[in-house]
Design a binder for this molecule. Structure first.
Ligand SMILES: Nc1ncnc2c1ncn2[C@@H]1O[C@H](COP(=O)(O)OP(=O)(O)OP(=O)(O)O)[C@@H](O)[C@H]1O
Length: 784
């Protein structure tokens, strides 16, 4: 299975805690029924735990008093407690309605194409779990006083009870419709219930702090080793000094041997320490990349809600930072603080020589500062232009086919070349100055050594120091100045890494704290949209204005309207992929922003207008790249989108690998696989944006069946469409115009109002099909 970059949060597999097999619900159902009575008893005896979520939501309930009783999780709980008894009773009395669960192999050959059409057919895993099981009812006992609502356990989130009315499809319960849906447990059956493990909050600032702390911790050790290395560097000049001034004058072989042994030990130790600090820096770089990679990617994805996706480039910044941590430049920077120590040693040899080195160091410092000032802006320009070029490159890779087909290669290359050239020009400008600064610093260093030797010789002639001292001081001066020179050489790398670090910290610090959210019971699919306003960032264009409407669980709504009316934008907002400038989108009363994002995603299906599949197998794509997606769930979703037969005809079937451009699938096939992905896991609320734009008649039928299935299972569906054919499948229609609701109501009612603009043949003319639809008055029926 293709590895999918995972965010920092890792959710547990979608398995029942009591299900050691991990098989999907409908496969293990019979065994479960047998053990149901005992296995669930401990959970049923946790009334206190149930009380927690019940008390948690009244505030939400107050916001929409008219309908709270039906859908508020809080208030649904008592109903859930009562409902299974009521639901189980008729089922027990009417065993003929029981659907015997079947294995997928039995279902598989029959399911394609007619899985839904069979309705309550035994082979359909959807319906197999949709009917309450009398056996389970008997095992539990209809008089069971502890019958369930969702239970929130201390650290495992809401655990859905395995009662017929609550879990795994409660067609009976939901069929009545008026009981509030029983907490939204019904899902058509095949998907196992969700269990949400509570995980710590996604605090990017904390991840950054931990990353910095890891660097600091290692750096302390690296600094200790650097200190030791630099001290040991003094061994060679001292050795030279001792040889020339002591051994040669005393002609003592013993002293020579002793000194040589000591110096060899010091040099070996210095090499070992130096190697260890390099090892540590390398591991520090890896640790930083490992600690910050996932938070950066996660924060960049979150930031893409408001931005252009440019934040993804921050991962490149992390690479830059990692490279700097293992570079020689950093070692030079680390060695620079020890330069005063060497200068002190030279002072001890003779103050004049010390003064020469101090003067040189100051000169080098000035060169460094001038270099920094002269190159900073150019390096920043180079970075910015390189980012633009990279963005363009990514878009070229995505649109390679269009570029080829329309012979746009010269233009694409020109745009990339322009940004790259800007970047390179700025880099050359900065590097020119950098090279000049390096040359000056190197010349200064060499001149310093000449000055030291010359003046040292003079001092030796005057008898103030010995010849050995002159040579030793010259070597020490070289050691003192070389890290300064190295720092100047590597200034560009340092400047770029500093900018990278700035972008990383800005992203992680500015990202909204992803604090821990209560895992709610599975939503029923009630949607409340309140006064949505959307003005894209950096523009003054009002794309959506005052959009308010509500849908009950199981409602199907078609959004129609001319091109540019705001349909796609509204669809994106309804699934939380973009955030409104003001207003709220609530699923089961809770604002989308306040849902646990992972839980929300699992309960939402979305088919975007511009279908993109991930590079990976068809199986992975349908299963939303989840590692815990079961084969049964994937098959169920594929059967629902009627794509199983098409997949079966591919040489590798479900294991067929889809490339980044979607090949080898056709546009329609991609759309149907994306439809299967949208319905994967039986979400409670689905938005389909132009779902049939590429579909043939078979695809259209599959789509109608999927919508039918959604209706039957009380899944709320919104379809953005330009095609009249889909309107027959929906209950309600919304006409959007210039970002506002022009009409909203029951299908027939809206169609009648549109009928004033009839197309030949009596079909109401769709907006955008020539001629504007007749618009109602200012109070055009929009709203709840
Ligand atoms: N991020 C954005 N920045 C600027 N304008 C935007 C942005 N998003 C949407 N718009 C504008 O909002 C308007 C509505 O766009 P949207 O894609 O929602 O229309 P639509 O009704 O789905 O059209 P179509 O049927 O052609 O897909 C367009 O004029 C579009 O340019």
């Amino acid at each position: 299975m293709t590895e999918f970059v995972s965010p920092t949060r890792v959710d547990p597999p979608l398995r029942r805690p009591t299900d050691p097999t991990g098989l999907p619900g409908f496969l293990v159902r019979p065994a479960r029924m047998a053990e149901g009575g005992t296995a669930e008893a401990p959970q049923a005896e946790a009334p206190k735990a149930t009380a927690a979520p019940v008390q948690a939501v009244p505030e939400q309930a107050n916001r929409a008093p008219a309908t709270t009783a039906k859908v508020t999780p809080v208030q649904a709980a008592p109903q859930q407690v009562a409902r299974p008894q009521a639901a189980s009773q008729p089922t027990a009395e009417a065993p003929a309605q029981k659907v015997v669960p079947t294995d997928p192999p039995a279902a598989a050959p029959e399911a394609p194409g007619d899985a839904t059409a069979k309705g309550a057919g035994a082979a359909d895993p959807v319906t197999a779990r949709a009917t309450p099981d009398p056996e389970e009812t008997v095992a539990r006992g209809p008089e069971d006083p502890t019958l369930p609502g969702p239970i929130i356990e201390a650290d495992r989130g809401p655990l859905r009870r395995k009662t017929p009315g609550l879990d795994g499809g409660d067609t009976g319960g939901r069929g009545s419709g008026d009981d509030g849906g029983g907490g939204g447990g019904g899902n058509g059956g095949a998907a196992p219930p969700r269990f949400h493990k509570r995980v710590g909050p996604e605090d990017y600032g904390r991840a950054l702090r931990l990353g910095i702390r890891a660097v600091r911790r290692n750096m302390v050790m690296v600094l200790v080793l650097t200190c030791a290395t630099n001290l040991l560097i003094l061994a060679i000049p001292i050795y030279l000094f001792q040889i020339s001034d002591r051994v040669l004058t005393s002609r003592s072989v013993d002293t020579l041997i002793m000194l040589t042994i000591v110096i060899v030990g010091a040099v070996i130790l210095q090499a070992v320490f130096d190697a260890i600090r390099r090892f540590m820096l390398m591991r520090t770089a890896v640790e930083v990349a490992a600690r910050l990679g996932a938070p950066i990617l996660s924060a960049a994805s979150a930031a893409a809600l408001h931005g252009s996706g440019r934040e993804y480039q921050t991962l490149g910044d992390l690479q830059q930072l990692r490279g700097f941590l293992v570079s020689g430049t950093l070692l030079s920077f680390l060695d620079v603080p020890f330069a005063p120590l060497f200068i002190l040693a030279i002072f001890l040899v003779h103050p004049h020589l010390g003064m020469i080195v101090v003067g040189t160091s100051l000169a080098l410092l000035v060169v460094t500062l001038i270099n920094q000032r002269c190159t900073a802006r150019s390096f920043a320009e180079a970075n910015a232009a390189q980012s633009r070029a990279n963005l363009h490159l990514e878009s070229m890779a995505r649109n390679s086919q269009i570029i080829n087909a329309l012979a746009m290669i010269p233009e694409a290359v020109r745009i990339w070349g322009r940004d790259t050239a800007t970047s390179l020009t700025a880099q050359v400008k900065a590097q020119d100055r950098n090279i000049a600064a390096s040359a000056i610093s190197r010349a200064v260093r060499l001149l310093t050594q000449i000055a030291m030797l010359g003046w040292g010789a003079y001092l030796a002639i005057q008898g103030e120091i010995t010849g050995g001292m002159v040579i030793a001081a010259s070597i020490i001066a070289g050691r003192a100045l070389s890290p300064i020179e190295g720092a100047i050489d590597g200034w560009s790398a340092y400047a770029m890494s500093r900018s990278s670090y700035g972008r990383i910290t800005a992203l992680l610090r500015n990202s909204r704290l992803q604090f821990e959210r209560l895992n709610l019971p599975r939503p029923e699919g009630r949607l409340d949209v309140e006064r949505l306003l959307y003005v894209p960032g950096g523009t003054k264009q009002v794309v959506l204005n005052g959009i308010s409407f509500s849908l009950s669980p199981g409602d199907t709504l078609a959004i129609i309207g001319n091109s540019g009316a705001g349909k796609t934008t509204l669809g994106k907002m309804l699934v939380g992929s973009i955030l409104p400038t003001s207003g709220n989108v609530r699923l089961d009363l809770m604002d989308l922003r306040n849902w646990d994002p992972r839980q929300l995603g699992e309960n939402i299906g979305y088919l975007p207008q511009d279908v993109q599949l991930f590079p990976g197998s068809i199986k992975d794509n349908i299963g939303r790249m989840r590692e815990d997606a079961t084969d049964a769930q994937i098959y169920h979703a594929a059967a629902l989108a009627d794509v199983h037969e098409m997949i079966a005809n591919l040489p590798q079937g479900y294991e067929t690998v889809v490339a980044a451009d979607g090949s080898p699938l056709s546009g329609g096939q991609k759309q149907r696989i994306a439809l299967a992905r949208a319905f994967f896991g039986d979400p409670r609320f689905v938005v389909l944006d132009e779902p049939n734009s590429n579909l043939d008649s078979a695809g259209d039928k599959a789509l109608a069946r999927a919508i039918q299935h959604a209706k039957k299972n009380k899944i709320t569906v919104i379809v953005v469409t330009q095609k009249p054919s889909l309107l027959t499948a929906v209950d309600k229609i919304m006409l959007l115009g210039d970002g506002t609701i022009q009409m909203f109501g029951e299908r027939m009612e809206v169609l009648k109002r549109l009928a004033g603009d009839k197309a030949p043949g009596g079909t109401p003319r769709m907006p955008g099909q020539g001629g504007a639809p007749r618009m109602p008055g200012p109070n055009g029926g929009a709203g709840k």
